[in-house]
Design a binder for this molecule. Structure first.
Ligand code: ATP
Length: 201
């Protein structure tokens, strides 16, 4: 089955795009959602985080203090590697499991926000990038999250640069128009992916 990796920076429009693929009947597997489920209270991954990174990341109710962990791995490379060694194999396994249940579909969308940062291109057959000018990205995230421009700029600085994403993309969606234009572009890609899936069968 053809696997399309959907990626893009914060607020680029990945959710809008994957929602539209889903409306067209395409299975969508969201690795962000999987990674949240994997660290729910009582899961093996959360126990590993507790053991290997420390009890300070577990809150009184047994849930993960995501904010504290995110800040910690942001400044500590060894901790980030440990976290990745816990999460990545578990995410891959869950993705494989979900893919095995939809084997008969021509293609699937895998949402991998940090595909470039985590060098996960090998997980997919093609990379689809939602590309957007930074100024628009900042404006949309400020509006959506009620964040300040400064906060959003900090997040952007921590993510892969736009250029690095564009270099590894096989297909691109320029999300600088309205939602109607975005949907039309998704529909166009849907037709291309169906043709490609038929061709490679
Ligand atoms: P994150 O990386 O934070 O998960 P995302 O890439 O999934 O974000 P979305 O949530 O889909 O991005 O979009 C960011 C915001 O921009 C949302 O509020 C969305 O409604 C808005 N948006 C996205 N595309 C468009 C568009 N073409 N026109 C107007 N608003 C848009």
């Amino acid at each position: 089955m053809l696997k399309i990796g959907l990626t893009g920076g914060i607020g680029s429009g990945k959710t809008m795009v994957s929602d539209h693929f889903a409306r067209l009947g395409v299975p969508v597997i969201d690795t962000d959602q999987i990674s949240r489920e994997l660290v729910a209270p009582g899961t093996p991954a959360l126990t590993d985080i507790h053991r290997q990174l420390g009890s300070q990341f577990i809150q009184a109710d047994g849930s993960l203090n995501r904010k504290l962990l995110r800040e910690h791995v942001f400044t500590d490379d060894a901790a980030r590697k440990t976290l990745e060694s816990i999460l990545h194999p578990a995410i891959q396994k869950e993705v494989q499991h979900r893919l095995s249940r939809i084997e008969k579909e021509p293609y699937a969308i895998l949402v991998v926000p940090l595909l470039v940062e985590n060098n996960l291109g090998a997980m997919v057959d093609r990379v689809l990038l939602v590309d957007v000018p930074e100024s628009l990205q900042i404006r949309r995230v400020c509006q959506r999250d009620n964040s300040s421009e400064e906060q959003v700029k900090k997040i952007l600085a921590a993510q892969a640069p736009r250029k690095a994403r564009r270099e590894i993309a096989d297909d691109m969606i320029q999300n600088d128009g309205d939602l109607q234009a975005l949907h039309r572009r998704v529909e166009e890609l849907h037709r291309q992916y169906l043709a490609l899936a038929n061709h490679t069968d």
